[in-house]
Design a protein. Structure first.
Lengths: 181, 181, 181, 181
């Protein structure tokens, strides 16, 4: 699934946004898609905290974090109000889609379309809307940071090279060279 | 000090390398300079483990990790055999310089030249030999990963754009787009 | 509330047990009462893992771990099936009461009776059924371990002294003296 | 070695105390003997922090923490000034013995006498001077806490039972029963 164009998300409802989020509307930004379930221990202990750190570390003009509650088990229990209360309690501020259930099976539609193997899953989508990474389970901060940093810096084959400085993507003391020799 | 050309290291001795390491010989690679002291608790609990993770995560053809034991306190106790035994016990495999003492004060020469404020310090040097980040104390893995990833991807103003794929820098399932549209 | 007789729990339902658990039926054992909520981040990241460690560390003949889901917020969302699915996913094996809602307010009956300030709360009850500790929020493992260890060893004023050995309470290499002089 | 009388320590020098510490002078207190080496990664990352937590958690009138630097490797490098500087940097405040070297081999005398298998090692000695636990490598806080708590509470076969309250051993809100029925 990696390196294909990222399909749009199909949500039964969205949280933290007035309007449906379209990936096509995020072209030019790196997108981090964080799939989780509120009753999945690894999502809660590892996936969600990492998504929060990504959301806090990068400039939202450069990196858009999108959550996806991919309900593929405990369908009767995990209703929209449960997901909503979880988002409130964990103080998630980025847009989160509640995946659209399938008509024929337990795997919801977006999860199916992305062929996710479970939760947590992490998908990196580049500025052109292409899936560049698709991981299931825990991923090291150092590695995912490097991949996001490379995608921020990567402007695509037709674009002019982007200068590397603090204003584009990484909010830190990362500096631009002063007249390098 | 950031964004200036990185000065060479002055070592009284090197570990894990037969020859003195020259930064000028590492042009084309991103260099991560990890300054530490064996009796500095934050170096040992945070700085060294992070340097090890960086060394394990990135392709050494893309990212060179260099250690610097910047002895600025406990000079009489922390002799070369202590640093050598520490390197062995902590299984550090990257080249490590034991900083050259100053003739006039407690701050050793490389530490002075880089104007480091203490240990641990982390310096990122780009492919052209320019200092791009200089941090004192703990740094998040996500942030340092992003900065290294951007420097890997950054080929400089005169270079052609580097394709982003697993073979260049990040050893992971990070993928190249298949015929992106 | 500490040092008073521990009141019985009032549950709308119990999980992991066929019969209602009565504290009066646990006399002679130390009881660890772990109050939590499935959508409470500190319960999930700290309270529940600690209760699991307590359950795994001590001999159940000596230390009985009892959970209490003290639903005092998100009443409409957090239904019995949500709590049941959480217990399954987090592999909690000890008996857990779903607290009986109040007829007049948000605080459920057992939580009210114990005057708990929130979740997570931890209550230690001695072999005679007396509350010996009542903590709200995170508690160090070392401290709670010491308090449980003391209660295991404490046989009460009228009982004969219990010998300290591996068979009573702590499953470890903790040994009995061989003919101490 | 467990359950035998604890032999006295033989030190080439002591830190953090004016006088040699004799275990015989600590009768009536639980003694936690924490053996470590400054260049042993598991000592530094796990053993030392746990000894510090024990030292901070328990009343020193009840629990005496004693360190032992059991130099069994890197003898030439790890001199007394190295151990002294480490103790200063890690802010260890409890008495620490630098083990007396053997005349015939690498294992120093106290380490040999206690038959320690390596560092870190943790030895628990009861109020009567009997070894009750001897562990090599990491030990859970919960378990070691329980064992210390039991030893604090355990007054020995001939003593009258000690009441359990905050004043004896555990500095916390651990309470005495008010007229238990």
């Amino acid at each position: 699934m990696a390196a294909a164009p990222a399909p749009e998300l199909t949500a039964q409802t969205w949280f933290n946004t007035d309007d449906e989020v379209l990936l096509s509307g995020l072209r030019g930004r790196v997108v981090v898609l964080s799939a989780f379930q509120v009753l999945c221990p690894v999502s809660v202990s590892i996936g969600i905290p990492q998504a929060l750190r990504i959301h806090q570390t990068f400039d939202p003009k450069e990196v858009a974090v999108i959550g996806l509650h991919a309900t593929f088990e405990h369908h009767a229990a995990v209703t929209a109000p449960v997901v909503k209360a979880f988002i409130q309690e964990y103080r998630l501020k980025y847009p989160i889609a509640l995946d659209q259930p399938s008509r024929s099976g337990p795997i919801p539609q977006t999860m199916e379309r992305y062929r996710m193997r479970g939760t947590p899953s992490l998908v990196l989508i580049d500025r052109q809307g292409i899936i560049r990474k698709h991981a299931f389970g825990p991923v090291d901060d150092l590695r995912i940071g490097a991949e996001i940093g490379a995608l921020i810096q990567d402007a695509g084959e037709t674009a002019s090279l982007r200068p590397l400085h603090a204003g584009t993507g990484i909010e830190s003391g990362f500096s631009t060279p002063r007249s390098p020799q």
